[in-house]
Write a protein that binds this ligand. Structure first.
Ligand code: AMP
Ligand code: GLY
Length: 429
């Protein structure tokens, strides 16, 4: 088979997907909307927004696209799949990403929690409240032990979760969410029990009936070393994750992945795409913290480098309902990713600085995350600017390769964590 592919998105995750897809002998033409200067080396980038559904449709028709691969969640939550596939002339379009129904796993925390409860998928006990129930929500807090976990129901750009130690602060948090701190995402509020443990990201590619497990990963969310500072989109990642041995991953598959896919089928949700399961390992048992309907960023940057089979073929099989025919080949090599960010991220930061040293790193895969091209130069255009990934026999080797060279990349006020993967080295398996 040969495929004309359109990839939606512009970050490091999409650059990682793009490089993997570009390795396939089955790729015939490759387009990205909007892409970035890194992606433009392997795909033709088209200007515009992933949320401009008419534009997406016109590209699909004009370029006679066979497959659309969606990077970020918002077009999915907004129903891009449904919009395109209801057009009779696009009946045979292969599309990676769920419709609006399946995307509610990420788009509504309340839906996800109800789904997990219904299908006996381990997750923290919870209750959902609407804005007229602030008093009951505060009453419910009293039945929980601190810290208190408050989650706005809807999409809030990854910022809709508050974890608060003090009960009166948590009560204030309830009022703030209900008075619009996260906009309409906070029309409903999920309060759940805090889970202590170590977090892990698991990734599934499914056709709604069967699935492939992609390599697991762990991301580093805090801005500074030793997990200090503000929460970010992610400052680095590792794969594999030393504490996720085959026994633990077996539990994830049996207790979470299989019942999730069976649950989607039982709900008549025709889910074709990625499921990213954010997990907590609580004393060796996995609990779902959240579902996402996309790949993780910066996990994808590490994960893609460990897939040795034809990923485009897996995607085509997921989209066409034949994933049971596929076998994924996962490299035993390790991968580490360190994100280079704009100084000040995740708060205020400047953009437009020229990036130097982009071609100076060896044995590295360099992904563009927040860059753009200006007068022939590559400049910063976001908080997370570049993802620097290394592969090696061990996480330590990857770390050494990255940190011995990362300072060759330079732009004004650039910053990166210095301790990515350090806590995983020597982890007692
Ligand atoms: P979410 O958007 O649901 O992934 O939540 C964002 C982050 O909050 C997660 O990655 C966890 O670090 C943390 N978190 C969410 N829910 C819980 C919980 N029940 N217990 C402990 N930490 C949590
Ligand atoms: N790295 C976490 C996420 O992509 O949501």
């Amino acid at each position: 088979m040969s495929y004309k592919v359109l990839l939606l998105g512009s970050g490091g995750r999409e650059h990682a997907l793009a490089l993997k897809i570009a390795q396939s002998p089955e790729l015939s033409e490759f387009y990205a909307l909007p892409g970035n200067p890194g992606i433009s080396k392997v795909a033709r980038c088209i200007k515009g927004s992933v949320n401009d559904f008419e534009l997406v449709k016109s590209i699909v028709k004009e370029k006679t696209i066979d497959m659309v691969v969606v990077g970020p969640e918002d077009p999915l939550v907004n129903g891009l799949r449904d919009y395109l596939l209801q057009d009779k002339s696009l009946e045979n379009l292969l599309f990676i990403g769920p419709g609006k129904d399946g995307a509610a796993l990420e788009g509504s925390k309340d839906f996800a929690k109800e789904f997990m409860t219904k299908y006996n998928i381990p997750t923290a006990p919870y209750r959902t409240f609407t804005s007229d129930q602030a008093d009951s929500a505060k009453e419910f807090l009293k039945s929980l032990r601190p810290p208190y976990v408050l989650k706005a129901d809807g999409l809030a750009a990854g910022k809709g979760v508050l974890i608060i130690n003090d009960i009166s602060e948590a009560e204030k948090g309830i009022d703030e969410i209900f008075s619009g701190k996260f906009g309409s995402a906070g029309d409903k509020l999920v309060i759940e029990q805090f889970l202590s443990g170590v977090e892990l990201s698991c990734f599934v590619l499914t056709d709604g009936k069967d699935y492939l497990m992609l390599p697991e990963a762990k991301d580093y969310k805090r801005a500074h070393d030793n997990d200090e500072g503000l929460n970010t989109g992610g400052m680095g990642s590792v794969s594999p994750v030393p504490f996720a041995d085959s026994e633990f991953l077996g539990k994830v598959e049996e207790r979470i992945v299989k019942p999730t896919i069976a649950g989607l089928r039982a709900e008549n949700i025709d889910y074709r795409g990625f499921i990213f399961i954010g997990l907590m390992n609580c004393n060796g048992d996995p609990y779902v913290i959240e579902y996402n309907v996309r790949m993780g960023d910066p996990e994808t940057e590490s994960v893609m480098t460990r897939i040795d089979s034809d990923f485009l073929e897996h995607l085509a099989a997921a989209a066409s309902g034949t994933i049971s025919t596929q076998k994924i080949k996962i490299s035993s090599h390790s991968a580490v990713t360190v994100i280079v960010v704009s100084g000040g991220y995740p708060e205020h930061y400047a953009k437009g600085y020229e990036i130097k040293g982009l071609d100076s790193l060896e044995d590295i895969t360099l992904y563009h995350a927040g860059t753009s091209e200006k007068e022939g130069k590559v400049v910063t255009s976001g908080g997370r600017v570049l993802a620097v990934t290394a592969n090696g026999d061990s996480l330590k080797e990857c770390r050494d390769v990255i940190y011995s060279q990362i300072d060759k990349i330079s732009f004004t006020d650039s910053y990166h964590r210095g301790d990515i993967a350090l806590d995983m080295i020597g982890w007692n398996r």
